[in-house]
Design a protein around this ligand. Structure first.
Ligand code: ZN
Length: 420
């Protein structure tokens, strides 16, 4: 792996971890390409698939299917729409129709018999995904086996790559070389630094409201549009927005958009409100399980409320990733998020009013992408009349945009070197 000699150790480690992460999905494909699984005698005694369960959100789903014995299965991917196809020997399905209701990444579940002693289950999604894990395990109580499947939101390019790899593997009994797959799964070296801007709230979720009646959702959208235009003007970045109009977007959908674009940086923009009217100034937040302080704790509750407003329950805790490599990547990503947050605080501090201790942290759901450095910027407090007036001031916004651009440039230069 080419490594620049002047890299700090931490950056070199980050590079290795990032490549490992890209490789995890590819490696799992190899491990679970079940070329060695052979069809049972299906006609006499069909396999019984007794239960189907799934849980998760738009960024990550776990699917579990119960079988009366070890199923021999094969799977592949189809596009338009993005689908995962699981082929089984003749199977008697006993699924509860309710359990198949669309949820998170999975927009449709279909199954049936193809005749010829073959059956099939198809999971469809409205966007690209990666099969992070597909495994068959013996149930601990000895009764039957279960198939466990983890799907994660991915980019179009990653989906295409997985399809190509599967097609190659199907045509051969020899698994493709792991090293080769790690290399081909990488991003283009000359791809531009990619930023996803996330205007907070939208649609039925108006966010905070200013003393003069300014809606947070409108302010965040116009600020992001101005930042978007300024970033485009530099010609140095690919820039996307999670929303470009007044529409409601769930928090996990925002994270999913960042993953679909393989973003190098995700910036969620907000303008908070607080009981204490004299508190004012901008804050930059990064993710932490525990809130850094009382103000952060209250802000997290307000910002995470968006999904409840739309009647969406909290996603299950079981969706937390336990894979040690993913965990390492997550930690490394957080390191990058913190680096950017510090750069941003430094720049904003020169041009606009900041709160005391302007870098804070909390368990924001919109900052949960394991591999996309993410920050949430509260531009100011709509509950403070001075802040509200500034947020509506064109010159003030120009200065804030200028600081963001400078912070992004210095951060992109830093990680550009680290990526090698
Ligand atoms: Zn907000």
């Amino acid at each position: 792996m080419p490594c620049r000699p002047n890299l700090p150790d931490r950056a070199a480690l980050a590079l290795v971890l990032r490549r490992l992460f890209i490789g995890i999905v590819a490696a799992i494909f190899i491990a679970w390409m079940p070329a060695t699984l052979h069809a049972q005698n299906p006609v006499a005694d069909p396999l019984a698939a007794s239960a189907y369960r799934m849980a998760g959100d738009a960024t990550r789903m776990r699917v579990v299917i119960e079988f009366d014995r070890e199923p021999s299965l094969k799977w592949f991917l189809l596009r338009a729409p993005h689908r995962l196809v699981i082929d089984l020997p003749a199977t008697a399905f006993g699924f509860d129709a309710k359990a198949l209701d669309p949820r998170g990444l999975v927009t449709e579940v279909r199954y049936g018999n193809l005749g010829d002693g073959r059956s099939r289950i198809i999971l469809a999604s409205d966007g690209p995904f990666a099969v992070e894990k597909l495994a068959v395990r013996k149930n601990e109580d000895g009764a039957g086996h279960r198939m466990m499947l983890d799907l994660v939101a991915a980019s179009e390019r990653q989906f295409e790559q997985a399809m190509a790899d599967l097609a190659r593997a199907n045509g051969s009994t020899i698994a493709p070389d792991k090293r080769d797959r790690l290399i081909t799964a990488q991003r283009d070296a000359d791809r531009k630094f990619t930023i996803v801007l996330d205007p907070g709230h939208g649609g039925i979720d108006g966010g905070a409201e200013g003393v003069r009646g300014t809606a947070e959702k409108d302010l965040t959208l116009s600020f992001c549009q101005e930042l978007h235009a300024a970033l485009e003007k530099t010609g140095r970045y690919r820039v996307f927005m999670t929303r470009t109009e007044d529409v409601f977007l769930r928090l996990d959908e925002r994270v999913r958009i960042a993953r679909q674009h393989e973003a190098d940086l995700f910036i969620s923009v907000h303008a908070d409100s607080i009981r204490y009217r004299n508190i004012r100034g901008a804050t930059v937040y990064t993710f932490s399980e525990q809130a850094s302080d009382e103000i952060a704790r209250a802000a997290v509750i307000r910002e995470n409320l968006a999904d409840s407003l739309a009647g969406i329950e909290n996603p299950e805790k079981s969706q937390q990733v336990t894979d040690i490599l993913v965990d390492l990547v997550r930690r490394e990503t957080l390191g990058f998020s913190v680096s950017f947050a510090r750069a941003l605080v430094d720049r904003l501090d020169e041009t606009i009013e900041m709160i005391k201790n302007p870098h804070r942290s909390g368990a924001y759901r919109v900052l949960r992408a394991p591999d996309v450095p993410s920050v949430l910027v509260e531009l100011g407090y709509l509950s403070n009349p001075k802040d509200e007036a500034q947020l509506l001031d064109v010159d003030w916004r120009k200065r804030a945009v200028g600081s963001l651009i400078e912070a992004i440039a210095s951060y992109a230069a830093m990680v550009g070197g680290a990526r090698g």
